[in-house]
Design a protein around this ligand. Sequence first.
Ligand SMILES: NC(=O)c1ccc[n+]([C@@H]2O[C@H](COP(=O)([O-])OP(=O)(O)OC[C@H]3O[C@@H](n4cnc5c(N)ncnc54)[C@H](O)[C@@H]3O)[C@@H](O)[C@H]2O)c1
Ligand SMILES: O=C(O)C(=O)C[C@@H](O)[C@H](O)[C@H](O)COP(=O)(O)O
Ligand SMILES: [Zn+2]
Length: 347
Amino acid sequence: MITILDDSFSELNAYLESNKPSKIIFLTDENTHEHCLPFLLSNVTTEVPYEVIEIEPGEELKTIDTATQLWEILSDFEADRKTLMINLGGGVITDLGGFVASTYKRGVSFINIPTTLLAMCDAAIGGKNGIDHQFLKNIVGTFANPEQIFIYVGFLKTLPHPDLRSGFAEMLKHGLIADRKHWEDLTAISELTPENIAHYIERSTGIKQEIVQQDFKEQNIRKTLNFGHTIGHALESLFLKSGCPIPHGEAIAIGMICETRLSYLNKLITEEVSDEIIKQIKKYFPLHDISSFKIKEILHLMTNDKKNSLGEINFSLLNGIGSSCYDQRVSNDEITEVLTFYNNMTA
Ligand SMILES: NC(=O)c1ccc[n+]([C@@H]2O[C@H](COP(=O)([O-])OP(=O)(O)OC[C@H]3O[C@@H](n4cnc5c(N)ncnc54)[C@H](O)[C@@H]3O)[C@@H](O)[C@H]2O)c1
Ligand SMILES: O=C(O)C(=O)C[C@@H](O)[C@H](O)[C@H](O)COP(=O)(O)O
Ligand SMILES: [Zn+2]
């Protein structure tokens, strides 16, 4: 289901040849339209007619308004059940495109061609599609798998550095929750460049796939893939609401620092291990000033987390490097303590 493409794009062409869609609709944003679509089209050999949709880039567009516009465009293009949507972009495009495709006419086929590191290693895989609403992250969505995921690492050449770093956060997460060696390999990288990271993409995709295959609908082990996201998503929402969004991975890096410290407070790891993990994350990620965000508002946002049950916030935490657990309860005092801990790091 995941294919790493070389310059010939032959597996993509073979897929299109054997599936014979009635029409192809490419969903792009301004940047992937400019940097990725021309190369893709120059390599696609199919005779199937196609249309291209381009939206503005950014998390602000991952909304019901954009989804509505896209449903209307699919209708204008007379998309039918044999239409194939190709989501060419980062996580915003794969989340939004997957949501639109999986709901239009109760579902048209889609494939993901991720163009950011984050989408290659995480967002394009696993069938979580969705949109934000009232600044709540991915609060409306579907579980629906793309027919295929085609990864072409060459697309990373034009990716801005902050977005490369953002994807690296999710890779570090994969190492922390499931594979100590992956964590050690990644944290040995001194400079984040596509060349230095490319070799480790396959392992990250493998970790994500192995977990999702065991628990597609996130009833149990899939919750570990959400490590760093309970606090991270709440902060990402607040940055988005403030009009100064930060990349998803940067919010998750803050979340991972706080939730690593929570793992220590809950006696799941020693302070020494917690300090070591935090030191490594700090090596790559800028510290953000979150002191103006009210703890009450952060806690309130966390009550919307999708892992919660029976009115309780459930955390996914670490019980070692490369080992994790889920459905962990922590007190509001402990959450306040780790947010203060992070604030003190930035002071
Ligand atoms: N569904 C999932 O499992 C899952 C997992 C992780 C994250 N996500 C979601 O993914 C989103 C973040 O994804 P993202 O970090 O890819 O952000 P993004 O899609 O906004 O892409 C980041 C930026 O890079 C640009 N870009 C993309 N590819 C490019 C290329 N090859 N060259 C130049 N510019 C390029 C985009 O236009 C955008 O400006 C968030 O909404 C997050 O919630 C979903
Ligand atoms: O695939 C998953 O499961 C994840 O949790 C991966 C996360 O990196 C990703 O950000 C996901 O979109 C979060 O999902 P959500 O259910 O917390 O909205
Ligand atoms: Zn994430």
